[in-house]
Design a protein around this ligand. Structure first.
Ligand SMILES: C[S@@+](CC[C@H](N)C(=O)[O-])C[C@H]1O[C@@H](n2cnc3c(N)ncnc32)[C@H](O)[C@@H]1O
Length: 180
């Protein structure tokens, strides 16, 4: 965000003091890390979303910029192609995840509401060209995750029953194999 930190005109993370999500307990050290390492590496779109999120009354809920850069590093080291974001808010960590995944990567994003996402995050994410990776599901996380597990199990059941991957109603070879 572009607000003044401790009245010195310095850019801080999401709030005007030490970000609540950081392990560091020294404001000057955290500020030094932000200025020397984190902000210079932050892509413009993430910065835009962080600044916009800072205007939200619940801005303190957002992930911190240092945290999402670590997340991006882990995604790249893992070579992950799929991710699940539980708790989207305006979409700051969601955007960071989408940027770190390959172009054909997918994220299921879950939140009980998409109000803050639609108002603040979505336009930035569209502009960043990564919206196609995001499958937003509105609802409580646990039932949505249960639904995802059920979808995978149905898919696995289907592909083992019909290994030729044809439409079940048309498939003679697999039905024959299953029945025989
Ligand atoms: C800490 S914020 C998420 C911050 C976000 N990852 C970011 O970087 O800006 C928590 C979000 O989780 C959502 N939430 C809380 N409980 C939930 C639940 N049981 N299922 C789905 N979403 C939930 C809230 O609506 C809120 O948007």
């Amino acid at each position: 965000m572009a607000s003044a930190g401790a009245g010195e005109g310095k850019e801080t993370a999401a709030g005007s003091s030490l970000h609540s999500k950081t392990l560091l307990k020294s404001q000057p050290l955290y500020q030094y890390i932000l200025e020397s390492t984190v902000f210079p590496r932050e892509p413009d779109c993430l910065r835009e979303l962080r600044v916009a999120t800072a205007t939200h009354p619940m801005a303190g809920m957002a992930a911190s910029p240092d945290e999402v850069q670590l997340l991006q590093l882990l995604i790249e080291i893992l070579g992950a192609k799929n991710a699940i974001e539980v708790g989207v808010f305006t979409g700051y960590s969601l955007l960071a995840t989408a940027l770190a995944l390959p172009d054909d990567g997918k994220i299921v994003a879950i939140d009980v509401t998409r109000e803050s996402y639609d108002q603040i995050g979505s336009p930035v994410i569209e502009k960043a060209g990564v919206a196609h990776k995001i499958d937003f599901r509105v609802g409580l996380a646990l039932p949505v995750l249960d639904q995802m597990v059920a979808e995978v199990m149905n898919r696995n059941l289907y592909s083992s029953a019909f290994p030729c991957a044809r439409n079940a109603s048309m498939c003679r070879c697999c039905r024959g194999a299953v029945q025989g």
